[in-house]
Design a protein around this ligand. Structure first.
Ligand SMILES: [Zn+2]
Length: 397
């Protein structure tokens, strides 16, 4: 049976007013005032607002968000190690249920217009695969409403947390998308060994890689080189992401150019959430060079910090603010990191507002895209494959 929906009176990417006909979850036709449709077509009123492709949350940690729980004052010390140790204490104290935590964040993100999410999920020798199983349950429960990619993430290290490697190997068999990694030098003290383990698991199971790299300057840049070498050697071109990559903002121009070429040659994507403190990748320079860029909330109100609300338009605004973007065309680049750039980074197929694409669409008020980012009005409609998942800022699933 053919399912038809007509999204009327919208402006794709703030262009001219049109209708979008959706057939069996895909965009079938884009034209003004589409008529002569069967009586059972579902009519959706876009109110003259902007239609954007569904927003993509490319990096978060929904297994351990504290969003919706009673307020937890931030209690961690300044270093990554301090935060890892503090988190261990807090999640134990609160007895976190990752299925419930991830479901809460999923609804939050859907209400704000996300149609795709990549989440890292802790796998370690204390929680084993428990958190992963909880998030996989959420992934299955919401599969008609949002696409969730899962990264098995050794937050506490692999070498620094004995037993974790075996859990990652088990995790790889559970239908996940990527193997994660973290600071091979600062946390692990042995970058070659750490990277060989995670690339080995990914290669064996045909998975992608998404590695947290907070290491600064030359140290982080050396790790980028090691990642690029392994990506090439194992033929993982287009399947590797480096999250944060602060080092790209902390090396001199000629070295940055060499690293950029390595990223391009291996189609390694870069995720930045616009960190409040660190130097971070130079977005305009990397974008002009053609590097695949995306953004994400990172942790939302968890033991790592009190920020975040699962609104990717707001993340885009913060990214623009942090980067001193003022011009519409600069803000458009920031938005692309939560739309088309993120789709490339996550390997999302049939993405966009063209005929034949999946009807993953968010409708939001604004005269221009830049204004929509600044106003961040409640999303009028959110569609996943043509089905309404949120209206007026509220998740309906
Ligand atoms: Zn993260």
């Amino acid at each position: 049976m053919t399912e038809l929906a007509l999204l009327q009176n919208v402006r794709p990417n703030a262009g001219s007013v049109t209708d979008i006909l959706i057939q069996n979850g895909r965009i079938a036709k884009i034209a003004p005032e589409i008529s002569d449709l069967p009586a059972d077509v579902t009519l959706l009123d876009g109110g003259g607002d902007i239609a954007l492709p569904g927003l993509i949350e490319a990096h978060t940690h929904m297994d351990k968000t504290l969003y919706g729980l009673s307020w937890q004052p931030h209690s961690a010390g300044p270093t990554i190690r301090d935060k890892v140790d503090n988190e261990r204490r807090i999640v134990k104290k609160l007895n976190i249920d990752s299925a419930q935590r991830s479901a809460t964040q999923t609804r939050l993100e859907i209400g704000n217009g996300s149609t795709h999410i990549r989440t890292h999920v802790d796998v370690n020798n204390e929680r084993g695969l428990g958190y992963l199983e909880g998030v996989l349950a959420t992934q299955a429960a919401f599969k008609e409403s949002v696409t969730i990619q899962v990264v098995a993430f050794p937050q506490q290290g692999i070498l620094a947390s004995p037993g974790t490697e075996a859990y990652l190997n088990e995790a790889a068999k559970l239908g996940i998308d990527c193997i994660g990694g973290i600071d091979p030098s600062v946390i692990e003290r042995d970058p070659v060994k750490h990277l060989d383990i995670i690339f080995g698991i990914a290669d064996k199971h045909g998975l992608g890689i998404d590695i947290h790299l907070h290491e600064p300057g030359q140290l982080g840049a050396f790790t980028v080189e090691l990642i690029a070498e392994r990506t090439k050697a194992l033929g993982l071109r287009g399947k590797v992401m480096i999250s944060h990559a602060f080092c790209l903002g902390g090396v001199d121009e000629p070295y940055l150019d060499r690293l950029t070429q390595m990223l391009l040659d291996n189609e390694i994507a870069i995720m930045t959430h616009g960190p409040g403190q660190s130097v971070y990748p130079p977005i305009l320079k990397l974008s002009a060079a053609g590097v695949i860029l995306c953004t994400g909330s990172d942790g939302i109100r968890d033991s790592w910090g009190p920020y975040g609300n699962g609104d990717m338009l707001e993340r885009v605004m913060w990214l623009g603010y942090r980067s001193n973007f003022r011009r519409d065309e600069e803000l458009a680049i920031a938005l692309s990191m939560a739309t088309t750039g993120a789709a490339k980074a996550l390997g999302v197929e049939n993405y966009g507002l063209d005929v034949g694409c999946d009807a993953d669409i968010v409708v939001v008020k604004g005269e221009t895209v830049a204004q929509a980012i600044m106003d961040r009005a409640a999303r009028r409609l959110v569609l996943k494959r043509g089905k309404v998942t949120a209206a007026d800022g509220h998740c309906l699933v």
